[in-house]
Design a protein around this ligand. Structure first.
Ligand code: HEC
Ligand code: HEC
Ligand code: HEC
Length: 213
């Protein structure tokens, strides 16, 4: 068969295939387009809700509390000008399924935002938030304990620390921690936010209040 003949036979074959399978092809193309639409919609939503702007400034209870503390922390302002966004500590890195899980939990947080954190004026919301803080912090600590501080370790690796440049007291801590790949939060609570006070904790006795009998 001549070259032209081969090309004609080939295109005839394709046309007849398309005619026979037209419905399947339409379904496949539409499914592909819907898939691309959903994936890019999801990616856009995740990017938007991971932004510092969204996390820090959408809700007053964040803006007036945790954000203010974060603003003065080393993860926002430091010698090198590196900014660590809220989401880099609070949302799993590079794992879309885990991110989807975290975002699903976050959508329940909207309930708390609209139903629990209400109050008279801006200070009312802040008070309602402060009252729940210890409970929220405990939840975050439990999360880090479960993942062994996965989000911290996405940036900080024990194996990449130049221990010789750390003060001897710090080095000693990290040398031990490294051996068991310890959770950073065992020692580093409250580096970005204030550690919430436990209202039920018994106050430490003042040194001059010994009850001598
Ligand atoms: C996106 C990367 C990133 C993530 C995630 C991250 N850090 Fe950091 N961290 C940094 C950078 C960059 C600095 C350096 C700031 C500087 O030079 O002072 C830093 C500084 C620190 C410091 C020293 C300054 C201080 O505040 O005492 C500690 C301790 C620390 N990080 C612990 C943690 C812990 C614990 C977590 C997890 C809860 C964490 N980091 C998550 C990037 C990150
Ligand atoms: C066993 C306790 C312990 C564990 C676990 C631990 N650290 Fe530390 N780390 C310390 C202490 C104590 C300091 C000194 C704190 C200070 O000066 O405020 C320190 C200081 C640091 C500093 C500042 C270093 C410097 O030279 O100023 C960074 C950064 C840091 N830790 C990151 C981490 C990260 C990230 C993890 C988890 C991968 C971690 N640490 C786990 C005890 C620990
Ligand atoms: C370096 C990691 C890191 C960054 C950045 C960070 N957080 Fe946190 N966040 C934590 C840790 C760890 C806790 C648990 C309490 C603690 O130890 O301070 C926490 C606790 C919280 C809580 C629970 C309430 C509380 O006070 O403990 C909220 C809400 C929160 N963060 C929101 C935010 C928002 C909003 C931002 C950005 C403006 C942000 N976080 C930035 C690590 C981080």
């Amino acid at each position: 068969m001549s070259f032209l003949g081969t090309v004609r036979a080939f295109s005839r074959g394709i046309r007849s295939y398309v005619r026979r399978r037209f419905n399947y092809i339409v379904v496949a193309v539409v499914a592909g387009l819907v898939g691309i639409g959903l994936t890019s919609g999801y990616a856009t939503l995740v990017d938007y809700t991971n932004s510092l702007n969204f996390c820090a400034h959408t809700c007053h209870e964040m803006e007036s509390t945790v954000f203010q503390e974060y603003r003065h922390s080393a993860h926002y302002k430091n010698e090198y000008g590196v900014v660590v966004k809220c989401s880099q500590c609070h949302v799993p890195h590079d794992a879309w399924a885990l991110t989807l899980g975290r975002k699903t939990v976050a959508s329940f947080e909207l309930y708390t935002h609209f139903v629990v954190f209400t109050g008279e004026g801006p200070d009312g919301v802040k008070k309602a938030f402060e009252a729940r803080r210890l409970q929220l912090a405990r939840r975050v600590w439990a999360g880090f304990a479960e993942t062994n501080a996965r989000e911290c370790k996405a940036c900080h690796k024990y194996s990449n620390m130049i221990l010789s440049e750390q003060r001897p007291s710090i080095r000693a801590q990290h040398v031990d921690a490294m051996k068991i790949d310890e959770n950073c939060l065992d020692c580093h609570k409250g580096i970005t936010h204030h550690v919430p006070v436990d209202p039920n904790a018994k106050p430490a006795p003042a040194s001059n209040s010994f009850d001598i009998q």
